[in-house]
Design a protein around this ligand. Structure first.
Ligand code: M6R
Length: 564
């Protein structure tokens, strides 16, 4: 799962390539590298470190064409030998790859038996050599790409430099690859955000397309030449202003963005009545997402009066149950690029489904007849915060519309979130205490437990403090064994009727020397379960800040998970 970019034309290759990679780091930042072709041949610079190292180490250069890669490790450790780009044994091709190849070991064995030696552990190194191996048999790059495509099982966007041509070659399957048209030439890249241009003309390649880009664009599928039309995109601005990191900015801007979203979706035509009717007519609705988006889906199930199953996309893909044609589907993905969700959509593509993303120009939105934008502007921090609120707001309104109920309480949400924001000093005091612990439990009941899941994910993701979400009633059935003076609990209770039962659990914890943190929220407000998440998102942010970790880019993670 990685970010790739390639340029051909009269660009300032150094500048556009390195800045492009920096902007693609949300897809992975374990290692980074570039390759380019100039009058001396193919040159490679790569490091098992983030793109900042490229800025420090790579000298300015000029090139006819260039490629770059920022990696999230899938095959093999973070090391020089596993860092892209890879060059083929005889130096004919240099390649960057996003995706994963399931049958790479079979291809590797075939290459080894034909005299190829590979130094690293990646599937991508096999690809560049296999391409060369095919080419040496037929001396035709386009034909070799077509043959390579037929040999591969997996997902792959490849951008390739050939030693003898001022051109880029490419091949694409199951993971996004775009062609962008610029005055200086063409850019091939994983997504439109690799360029900082406000307006962009792009074409999205389809699966199994391959071709050559120089002054001209040649796209093929199965030997047939494909014509292409560019689409115009105007991007949202992302400005970090005076905040210390994107997460801080994203938490602070959340109430204002949510307010706009509420205004928009409270107009009945913004969720057409036929969509409401279709969903209501279904036997059952499956809600599918990953991570934080999955947690947002759980809230929908809690609110809507209908049979709903919320399922992780990574599980849904491999479920063997036959699909019922009377079922409907809701796909949630803030990035719109999560591969597990894309594969889930492919599984039900003929059924009625809607998708919810924060990216109207994503693979998921393009695949959906009914797509709803949560409108909270691009999220950069790996930890998803404002997108969670954007997703829940949309799903809440959708559920209430399906129930034929009013949802006037939601109009008060931005104001109440602003109150939390202006009371950050209180959370700072809590953060100061929480940072001392290595483990922590979030405990809740009913909808508060669903908030616990999200709070716990956020805390562990950005602070590395181990935390778990546990149903309050389950404490005594096992987790209580963990409690001692070094293992505190945060209790989430927004329902007055449950306070008594909560007290019992609190006493059980205190009797074992466990510290309890509890914040009272207005129990008469129906959406207090969400306010809790906002409050504890700030806690996670402030603990991470105290601990001095890289808040926007937690170790081992990436913003968009474009591999299985
Ligand atoms: O872009 P998506 O909503 O599809 O992403 C799903 C998860 O990868 C994502 O929510 C992840 O869990 C976040 N980093 C959590 O903060």
């Amino acid at each position: 799962m990685c970010g790739i970019i390639g340029l051909v034309g009269s660009f300032n290759h150094y500048d556009v390539l390195l800045k492009g990679l920096k902007r693609l780091e949300y897809r992975g930042y374990d290692s980074s590298g570039i390759g380019y072709l100039n009058k001396d041949g193919i040159v490679i610079n790569k490091y098992p470190e983030s793109v900042d190292t490229l800025f420090k180490e790579v000298k300015k250069f000029t090139a006819y064409c260039s490629i770059g890669h920022t990696r999230w490790a899938t095959h093999g450790k973070v090391s020089y030998k596993n860092t892209h780009p890879f060059i083929s044994k005889n130096g004919l091709f240099c390649l960057v790859h996003n995706g994963t190849i399931n049958n790479f070991l079979t291809l590797k064995e075939e290459l080894i038996s034909n005299g190829y030696i590979m130094n690293g552990d990646t599937d991508s190194e096999v690809l560049v050599n296999y391409l060369e191996y095919l080419f040496l048999n037929n001396h035709n790059i386009l034909l070799s790409l077509k043959l390579l495509d037929s040999k591969l099982d997996g997902s792959y966007s490849l951008v390739i430099i050939s030693k003898n041509e001022e051109a880029l070659y490419f091949l694409k399957n199951q993971t996004s690859l775009l062609l962008i048209e610029k005055e200086e030439g063409y850019v091939l890249t994983s997504d439109v955000y690799s360029l900082d241009d406000k307006e962009i003309n792009y074409y999205e390649f389809e699966d199994h397309q391959y071709g050559k880009i120089d002054n001209n664009v040649e796209i093929y599928k199965n030997d047939i030449k494909i014509s292409h039309n560019f689409k115009r995109l105007i991007k949202d601005d992302v400005n970090i202003n005076s905040c210390s990191c994107y997460l801080e900015k994203e938490l602070f801007e959340c109430p204002a963005l949510i307010e706009k979203e509420i205004q928009y979706y409270s107009k009945s035509e913004s969720i057409p009545q036929n969509v409401i009717n279709e969903l209501n007519s279904k036997r059952k609705i499956y809600v599918i997402g990953c991570g934080t988006s999955f947690h947002a889906g759980l809230i929908f199930k809690e609110i809507v009066d209908k049979e709903v199953e919320v399922i992780l996309a990574s599980e849904f893909i491999y479920q063997n149950k036959s699909l019922n044609e009377n079922d409907g589907y809701i796909f949630i993905s803030q990035s719109g690029e999560t591969l597990d969700v894309i594969r889930s959509i492919e599984k039900v593509k003929n059924a009625f489904f809607i998708s919810i993303t924060n990216n109207k120009d994503s693979t998921i939105s393009r695949k959906s007849k009914y797509h709803f934008d949560i409108m909270v502007q691009k999220e950069i921090s790996v930890a998803s915060t404002k997108a969670y609120f954007g997703e829940v707001v949309f799903l809440y309104i959708l559920a209430k519309r399906m129930n034929d109920e009013n949802y006037k309480e939601i109009f008060d949400l931005p104001f109440r979130m602003n109150q939390i924001k202006s009371n950050i000093k209180e959370i700072e005091t809590l953060a100061y205490q929480v940072k001392e612990y290595k483990n922590l439990l979030f405990l809740g009941k009913g909808i508060d437990y669903l908030s616990c899941l999200e709070c716990s994910l956020k805390l562990k993701e950005i602070t590395y403090i181990h935390s778990e979400a546990i149903y309050l009633g389950e404490l005594k059935h096992g987790p209580l064994a963990l409690i001692n003076k070094d293992f505190p609990s945060i209790i989430l209770i927004t329902n007055d009727e449950l306070k008594e039962i909560g007290e019992i659990s609190i006493n059980e914890i205190k009797s074992r020397d466990g510290k309890v943190f509890i914040k009272q929220f207005d129990s008469s407000y129906k959406l207090s379960f969400l306010l809790q998440v906002y409050y504890y998102d700030f806690l996670a942010f402030l603990v991470a800040k105290n601990l001095g970790v890289n808040i926007d880019k937690p170790r081992n993670l990436a913003k968009s998970v474009t591999v299985e």
